[in-house]
Design a binder for this molecule. Sequence first.
Ligand code: PAF
Length: 281
Amino acid sequence: MKICKTINETTSLLSIFINDGKKIGFVPTMGALHKGHISLINISKKQNDITVVSIFVNPTQFNDKQDYIKYPRNSEKDLEMLSNTGCDLVFMPDDKEMYPEPDNRIFDLGNLETIMEGKFRPGHFQCVAGIVSKLFDIIKPDKAYFGQKDFQQLSVIKRLVQITNSKVQIISCPIIREENGLALSSRNLRLSVEEFKQAAIIYKTINQLSTFLENNKFCEFKTWAIKQIDKISLFKTEYIEIVDTETLGIVKDIKYHKSITCCIAVYCGQIRLIDNIQINL
Ligand code: PAF
């Protein structure tokens, strides 16, 4: 497994594979790797000749400075996991390499910036779009792999590809869950043993949406769900929404939709957890 820290080293190595007609699969990450990331890499390995993983904790996409400072980092363990998974190339730039100067581009992300994650994390998706477009320009992948846990991020990336006329094919990959149902996330590493146990309530609750679909009882569901979660001390639901899986428009009547997704963000103390479930109608 080759480890590259600079853009030059990465592009010159990759150009050899690209000129050779090799298909490049790309998994962008912020490190603190877990089984969810490994599942993306395994899918990429099946579909491509070369799999590239980037590890870069992008400072600009964090709204909360403490969240950035406390974001788990463990490159030694990450590299061991990547090598065991059969990753071919790891791109691990530092901040100066990715931002020799500030990135002031603005992407037209439409409603994605004003709802759910966009509303509660202003500017976040502009910076995600910015860093992903830089990474795509460097790696030039055929396919890029993103987890459905970050459901709205996936829509942002699909939109980015559309507005920048990029040829990268975006592959959305299933959420991987702990045995208790909690969606895998690097931030789970910051939960105490007790919080980890309690956080099972998030998936358990949103999973009940199907029992509220008759007569479109969405308001009732949201009120019930918030009550279930917020009755646990330290837990505070930031938002819960039921949206169309494609357009992310708010769902009022299921008869107008093929697939709906229930998205939730919950604070567990200082740690913010997101999750979602999709129901095909
Ligand atoms: O999902 C993530 O880990 C990050 O948002 C990404 C896509 C690597 C961009 O920094």
